[in-house]
Design a protein around this ligand. Structure first.
Ligand code: ZN
Length: 294
């Protein structure tokens, strides 16, 4: 299933809804369940849906198999599918060739860092350049969304804890990232984490480590790789992180970016107002964000 958080343009404009994309239609899950005379609080938001786990997934799946007409996908505004996760955990240097382009060896253990959740923005919303750092860059990444609370998750059960996947752009202000002693300011500016366009459930992506991943700026390919080249795989990351940090439904893990980022090009090239950045992951979807001045 492709799950979305959306705002309708029609009579319910302004209200944030949980939906299911079926073909070119969006099914409003709360409205559909109301039609059936049921009260289902887990259709009220993505957070409630993920918290409810298998029960909510099964109920949505039942609706998906008999969806009927919905809203036109192009007529609604897609918001970030998980508007406010508990946390975003990102992974540095996680493609061998991305480490190589910086002249370093991949780390011996995953290098994790945080992006504040206020950096999240929608799949087609603008990336706003912050005043004070002219070196803003893209990072195409596969995002993993947690579907079940877990601590000390064993590697061989890691996928049981995954709700699904989304495309993610780990936008980075390089002057601040490398100039501050911590990366968090440069990684957490408002609008620096476009996600979506939907959450694709785990069952629809049987091999998340075999997906083409690309970043384009104004149509020009800047990154092109495959998630099979992840240095630390998804199950290793979940086990490593959850050994000391509880993972909760809705948490997002940004699995790292392949080579081709702007900062390590010769000469470096940074995002400018007027650019359009696309992050495309096969079987998952495409983000398209315009870059605008502060
Ligand atoms: Zn990154």
């Amino acid at each position: 299933m492709r799950l979305v958080t959306f705002e309708n343009a029609g009579p319910t404009a302004g209200s944030v809804r949980l939906g299911l994309v079926v073909g070119t239609a969006v099914i409003d899950l709360a409205a559909r369940s109301k039609n059936a005379g049921q009260v289902v609080p887990y259709f009220s938001s993505m957070a409630a849906f993920l918290d409810a786990g298998d029960e909510a997934m099964s109920a949505a799946r039942a609706i998906a198999t008999d969806a009927g007409p919905g809203l036109r996908l192009e007529a609604v505004r897609l918001l970030p599918p998980v508007p406010r996760p508990g946390k975003i955990i990102a992974v540095g240097f996680n493609y061998r060739d991305h480490a190589a382009e910086q002249g370093i060896k991949p780390p011996e253990a995953p290098l994790i860092f945080a992006k504040f959740t206020t950096s999240i923005t929608g799949p087609y919303d603008p990336i706003v350049l912050p005043a004070g750092d002219p070196q803003v860059d893209y990072e195409a990444e596969l995002g993993v969304v947690i579907g079940r609370r877990g601590k000390s998750i064993p590697e061989d059960r890691a996928y049981d804890y995954i709700a699904g996947y989304l495309a993610l752009n780990d936008v980075s202000a390089r002057k601040w990232q490398f100039g501050d002693k911590q990366w968090v300011r440069g990684k957490s500016c408002d609008t620096f984490c476009p996600i979506g366009p939907w959450l694709v459930t785990r069952d629809e992506v049987p091999d998340p480590q075999g997906l083409q991943i690309a970043c384009r700026v104004n149509g020009e390919v800047r990154q092109s790789a495959n998630t099979r080249d992840l240095y630390f795989g998804i199950s290793t990351l979940l086990a490593y992180i959850s050994a000391s940090i509880t993972l909760e439904p809705g948490d997002i893990i940004a699995t790292g970016t392949p080579p081709g980022v702007g900062v390590f090009r010769k000469p470096p090239i940074y995002l400018q107002a007027g650019d359009v950045v696309e992050v495309e992951i096969a079987s998952v979807g495409t983000l398209r964000n315009a870059v605008v001045a502060a």
